[in-house]
Each structure stands twice: as structure tokens, then as C-alpha cells.
Design a protein around this ligand. Sequence first.
Ligand code: RRO
Length: 309
Amino acid sequence: MRLSTKLFGATFQNPVLLAAGTCGFGMELDEVLDVDGLGGFVTKSVTLEPRIGNGAPRVTEFGGGMLNSIGLANPGLEGVRRDKLPWIRQNVSRAQVFVSVAGHSVEEYFEIVEGLADEQGFLGFELNLSCPNDASRDGPPFALDPDAVAAIVSGCRSRTDRPILAKLAPNDPDVGATARRAADAGADGLTLVNTLPGLLLDPVTGAARLGAGSGGMSGPALLPVGLRNVRAARAATDLPLIGVGGITRAQDAVAYARVGASLVEMGTASFADPRAASRVVKGLARFGRRHGFASWDGLVGMRREMGAP
Ligand code: RRO
């Protein structure tokens, strides 16, 4: 099965990327995985200033996956320019890289996009509008406010010619409408979904198992949520979609293609097995051979095929 696909003016050698927050800036996985053999990766979300993140524990597991509240720990714009992008420029030539951008205000997104304008080594931006763990902000993430989504995407659009992805939330009551607002504001693609807000407790003490209290749920339990949201976005727009949530096997990636995702991202599965994404790439080739599919692109569902989500 031909796995390469052309999107956003670039060639992805295969459709499997590592999701934001699960692979640092690529260099952190250098010893365990050939990141350049993947379709690409999305960096940890970058904020204007460095952030140390939330208190420990930041991650806890349960039967369906895991819950995290990292709290946007990252070196900040200047640290990324100085310490992270040079490694990417030197070591990543075939995988496509998106820089994830997060802000506590609308303007912070603009400043980061402008601050990276002259930097090389990455294809585009994934605007993280859906972080469930940002203690610097009151209220729900930007992704649940369609006016904020439109303002952030259009402001970034006017500041860069690079591809812009908008990463939306899993608990959006009308993700199709939000997808349309992002498309109208000039997004080149949408990433669905971020982690789902959740809470785990110690039954004896009643205390939250994460230092920050609640967090974002990821892992196998997120698969049906992600598929449903991708399908709803596909029914609402023609934009390329990136499916993320709960992929552990090649057939999960194929399910995302069927509901309209042109690319997929993996994260939680690679915590248990750092080579999980490479395994899915190989599994996709096998899936195509076994079931007689000539190309990944041929599996990607079109808008006209999508019924009600
Ligand atoms: O850093 C985090 O706690 C975090 C982020 Br920015 C996000 O977008 N999603 C998530 O599950 N955790």
C-alpha cells in the first residue's frame, strides 16, 4: 500500500505523526526511535515564556488509558529558538514538523507565530486551542469559544504563510460549527482531538491522583471520541483533517482515515512502547497487502460520503 501523501504543499512519507506533548521536540526520543522515519511530529506546545508546569504527579494510569496534567511545561519561545529548533534542522529531513503553539491570551498566539517567522526546520503551526490543563487561564479552552477560535486563527493567518492547523476539543457540543469557523478564518487543516477532561481519585484518601487535580484523558478510551469528532468535522468542512486519540494499532489509524482523516497522530501508545508509531506504519503496509488496498489516500473518506455523525 502506498503510504505517502501530499498535503499542505509537502510530502508526508507516511501518514503517522507523533502528537504534541508526547515527543518533546524530537531530540528527546533520539535514542529510542528514528523520528525521521515517521510521517512527522508535533512539538510540545510552545508558550511565550518558559513554563515549569504543574505539580507532581503529572501523569496517572487507569484501565482505559491515562490522565495527564503537565501544565504546558516548555522552554518558551526563546528557549525553543535557541535549544530545540537547531537539533530539528540538523536531524530531521524527511519527517514533517509542526510547532504546537499555546497562549494564555489571543495575542500570545500571534507573538509566538511572529517570533518563529524567520526560523527554518518546520513546516507549519498546530494551534493548540484545546489544552485542558492551563492554570494561567480561567474558564474553558479557546476551542470551546468559536469566536475565540476565529480570532486566533485569522490573526495567525495574517502573520504567516505557513500551514496552520487548529487543534480542537473532544467535548465540543458542536464541533462541526467550530470546524467551519476555523476553516472560514483561514485554517489549512484541523487536528481532532485533544485529551478529554477527567478526574481520578484515590479511593482511600479521596484525594485526586494528579497534583493539579483534574487532567486530560488519553489512550484507548479516547478512540471512539476522536473518531466521532473527525467524522463530524468531515461532514462540516473540506479541510484536511488529522485524527488523534486512542490509536494503538494500524486498524485504528485506518478507522480515522475512513471517517475522513488524511493524517493521524499517536501519543499515549508510545509511552508504553516508544516504537508504537513505527509499528503502526509497518502495520498499515501489511493491512494494505492483506486487504488489497493500493494506497492510504484511497482509504480517506470524503465529505460527500459522510452521513450524520
Ligand atoms: O501540558 C499539558 O498539560 C497538556 C496540554 Br498543553 C494539552 O494540550 N493536552 C494535554 O492533555 N495536556
